[in-house]
Design a protein around this ligand. Structure first.
Ligand code: HEC
Length: 354
């Protein structure tokens, strides 16, 4: 993740006032989700974040985009402020906590920029991601979260870890890049696409990220931030495309209308590969290096939880959720392929190595 400057929220950081902040809302103070944090600092900042979050939700309920944007700005300041302050500098896992806070700040900044009434559907997706970040961090770092409630989770949550075995049966250390998702979730009017234009960057002779799940209808940007030319293409059925050769600094885009797997390669550099998994709904997550994933905001119901991995062995399991369940799902993947062999855009083997 890129380092975020102070200016990310485009307002003076509210945390300059911290920790002398007066917490006005009794709603948060009396919330059943609050448990006695061992750290007063943690309590104060979290209450601040929780206040903004609740106000954002209220703004949504009222259809008040301006209120949503204002509170999102506050949330951005708080989270980027926490990240900058290194409150818990001595603490184990500090870098990881900081990543969560920076991620949260970036999302809050995105939400703060959506000020038009027509942007509410996009804003809802950003809110979903914000909630996901809060809950993921709580599951990771907040002791005893099971008992204290997964604030600010709504409805049900699925969490778990993926284990990966290669063809020889050996366990992989790096378990990142597995997509875990719910198959076919019904929603009246269908699911909105993601208007934020997620990116797959060409850098250091590679695609980053390597795995990108998106909701159907989403446009993906392919910026070239490398110091060489690339030719991004795909021969995959849901969306064959060829972006041609383009220079450093240029971005070309592709819109993915059909669900399915789109394998993306470079016609010049055979080692470059990326996978766009086009899904029916936004209930998906990509595992981290330890294989962990979290899905939040799931209404009661019976679902099919699926996993996908570039080397095969994806799994399917039924999950029944009700009453704000925290469901744990462990997933074992036995790979079925050694590599992602592929050909050039002309269907021929690559002639050059690089
Ligand atoms: C960096 C990880 C992280 C992120 C991101 C995070 N939290 Fe927390 N949160 C914690 C931890 C850890 C605690 C337990 C308190 C402590 O020890 O600091 C906590 C506690 C809380 C509490 C209870 C405070 C108390 O008195 O115990 C609330 C409310 C809360 N968080 C809300 C939120 C909301 C809302 C978001 C997202 C907008 C969020 N948190 C994002 C780590 C995080």
């Amino acid at each position: 993740m890129k380092a975020l400057g102070k200016g990310i929220c485009s307002l003076a950081p509210v945390l300059l006032l911290w920790p002398a902040v007066e917490l006005s809302s009794t709603r948060v103070a009396s919330s059943p989700f609050l448990h006695n944090s061992p750290s007063l600092q943690g309590q104060a900042t979290m209450k601040l974040m929780a206040e903004s979050f609740l106000a954002i939700e209220k703004g949504f309920a009222d259809g008040d985009v301006v209120a949503v944007a204002e509170q999102a700005k506050l949330l951005c300041e708080t989270s980027s402020g926490i990240a900058a302050l290194k409150l818990e500098g001595g603490k184990k896992d500090f870098a990881e906590r900081q990543e969560y806070q920076l991620g949260l700040a970036a999302l809050a900044a995105q939400l703060a920029a959506l000020k038009e009434p027509g942007q509410l559907p996009s804003a809802a997706l950003v809110l979903h991601d914000i909630r996901h970040t809060c809950v993921s961090c709580h599951l990771r770092f907040r002791d005893g979260n099971e008992e204290s409630g997964l604030f600010p989770a709504h409805d049900n949550t699925i969490q778990g870890a993926v284990r990966l075995r290669d063809m020889s049966g050996a366990e992989r250390k790096d378990r990142s890049g597995v997509v875990v998702f719910l198959d076919q979730v019904v929603r009246p009017g269908g699911w909105p696409s993601d208007a934020r234009i997620p990116k797959i960057v060409q850098a250091d002779m590679d695609f980053q990220p390597r795995v990108l799940p998106v909701v159907r209808g989403t446009t993906v940007g392919f910026p070239n931030e490398d110091n060489v030319f690339h030719n991004v293409f795909s021969l995959s059925k849901p969306k064959p495309f060829d972006l041609g050769i383009y220079e450093v600094g240029e971005t070309r885009t592709v819109t993915f209308e059909e669900t399915g797997l789109v394998r993306v390669f470079c016609n010049i550099h055979p080692k470059m590969a990326s996978f766009v998994l086009v899904l029916q709904n936004p209930h998906f997550a990509v595992t981290d290096a330890e294989g962990r994933f979290v899905l939040t905001g799931l209404p009661d119901g019976e679902y099919t939880l699926r996993s996908w991995h570039e080397l095969g062995g994806g799994t399917t399991q039924k999950v029944v959720l009700r009453d704000a369940d925290l469901h744990s799902a462990d997933i074992d993947i036995q790979e079925t392929r050694k590599s992602v062999a592929h050909k050039t855009k002309f269907g021929k083997p690559y002639r050059t190595k690089y």
